[in-house]
Design a protein around this ligand. Structure first.
Ligand code: UGA
Length: 439
């Protein structure tokens, strides 16, 4: 099939490459010429495991191309996936839907024949009908343009795998569609044939599935982090608690790692946007618990700063503090709402000299936080440190030799914000080891 993907960020670029991998002819469209140039050269403008390989393979074969032109996109196919960003509005809890509505407005006047528009971005419930209104108003093809809402559940750092092997496909329709369902089922043919469950529903339910899923994931993380707070006051160990809870199949171990909490471009803004939308709908009471989820999450960052102060004998000002990790989670270079950088920034404000190392996110961190110091190697970052903070759990940090690092620092004190360093090994190497939620 021929199809386009409008918006080529984490979601769109991965979707475009994955659809080419499924055998389709794909044109990706983005308004950013630098992004489009990189993608046409077979390179992702961000780090995502396996994506460069797919881009290189399919741009070379000619099955995948990128453009900045809406006219070219509209002429290329009659199946268009929209994957533009829906960030949080500055200073507000609600979503900024400007990019989505602008994409619909740009595409609509160029839709002269039957077309299927598939919304993939995360939106507040009730957005799809507004997209339909725009299409009805501006598309010459009128009601021959059909809309499907098809939320995306990919995780960054597993984006390629999650897109090619999703655990479910959710399709929302108006109820009036004639072609849309068969077109989209054909596009996802290989995925569906492999046994992936398909849930066909109305537009509102399909939009809500995504909001509810991210609200649940965030709640699970804040739940275990609230337990970490209780552990800290009672001498219990949250890592063992999480393991013991996880054996109950109703609770499950996955997505319940205690630590510095959630960040990134999705969970934080999605729970806020969900609350804002519930407020507009008069259902705000149903989601007040998400305010607490957000508060618990932010409290983890404050707790890390307090622990750091405690480890520095009450004075942060003038101390050398090393921060391992800048990305919001391992295996990505994404620093949006990164808990690690939030802590680093706060310590800097309190007068510490903060030196950050991250295996992939240093360039992004340098641009966003030029006031921090950076090192190109984790051990070099620890030179002369009064305190070492482990804030993003890259696997490589667990492999470093704590003895070798102890020889470089001013004082062998470490706080493990993610609970993946081995306390026995670090203590045996002479470190004073502290961790969130552990005695
Ligand atoms: C999240 C969801 O997991 C995806 O299903 C969803 O599609 C995506 O948002 C989205 O809305 O687009 P992502 O933001 O890539 O994906 O990251 P996660 O792996 O969910 O991690 C989010 C944050 O929670 C990270 O900061 C991570 O360190 C933290 N986390 C995650 C924990 O603190 N504990 C956990 O057990 C899991």
């Amino acid at each position: 099939m021929k199809l386009t993907v409008i918006g080529c960020g984490y979601l769109g670029a991965t979707h475009a490459a994955a659809m080419a991998e499924l055998g389709h002819q794909v044109l990706g469209m983005d308004i950013d010429p630098d992004k489009v140039a990189a993608l046409n050269a077979g390179r992702a403008p961000f780090f995502e495991r396996g994506l460069d390989e797919l881009l290189a393979k399919h741009t070379a074969s000619g099955q995948l191309r990128f453009t900045t032109s809406y006219a070219e996109a509209a002429a290329f196919a009659d199946l268009h996936f929209i994957g533009v960003g829906t960030p949080q509005k500055p200073g507000e809890m609600a979503y900024d839907l400007t990019h989505l509505f602008s994409a619909a407005r740009q595409l609509a006047p160029r839709l002269t024949g039957p077309a299927v528009i598939v919304g993939k971005c995360t939106v507040p419930v009730g957005t799809a009908p507004q997209v339909i209104d725009i299409l009805r108003e501006f598309a010459p093809a009128g009601d021959q343009v059909e809309v499907c809402w098809n939320p995306e559940f990919l995780r960054e750092s597993y984006a390629v795998e999650d897109t090619l092997h999703p655990d479910r496909i959710v399709l929302g329709f108006t109820g009036e569609n004639t072609r849309a369902e068969s077109v989209i089922r054909q596009a996802y043919g290989r995925i569906i044939e492999s046994g992936t469950p398909v849930i066909v529903t109305d537009l509102a339910t399909s939009e809500l599935v995504k909001s509810a899923a991210n609200a649940f994931l965030a709640t699970k993380i804040s739940f275990i982090n609230a337990m970490a707070e209780v552990c800290e006051t009672s001498g219990a160990d949250v890592q063992l608690l999480a393991e013991a809870l996880g054996h109950d199949a109703r609770i499950g171990r996955r997505g319940m790692r205690p630590g510095l909490g959630f960040g990134g471009g999705c969970l934080p803004k999605d729970i806020r946007g969900f609350m804002a939308r519930a407020g507009e709908l008069g259902a705000d009471q149903a989601l007040t618990f998400l305010r607490e989820v957000d508060t618990i999450n932010n409290r983890r960052r404050e707790r890390m700063v307090d622990l750091a102060r405690e480890q520095c004998n009450g004075v942060i000002n003038g101390k050398n503090i090393t921060v391992w990790g800048a990305a919001f989670k391992p295996d990505t270079d994404d620093i949006r709402d990164s808990p690690a950088l939030a802590v680093a920034q706060k310590l800097h404000q309190l007068g510490a000299t903060v030196t950050v190392f991250d295996p992939k996110a240093l360039d992004n961190a340098r641009k966003a936080h030029p006031q921090l110091e950076y090192a190109d190697h984790p051990i070099e970052a620890a030179d002369n440190a009064d305190l070492l903070l482990h804030l993003t759990e890259w696997l490589e940090f667990t492999r470093l030799d704590p003895k070798a690092i102890a020889a470089r620092v001013a004082a062998p004190r470490v706080i493990d914000g993610r609970g993946t360093l081995d306390p026995a090994r670090w203590r045996a190497a002479g470190w004073a080891y502290r961790a969130l939620g552990r005695p």
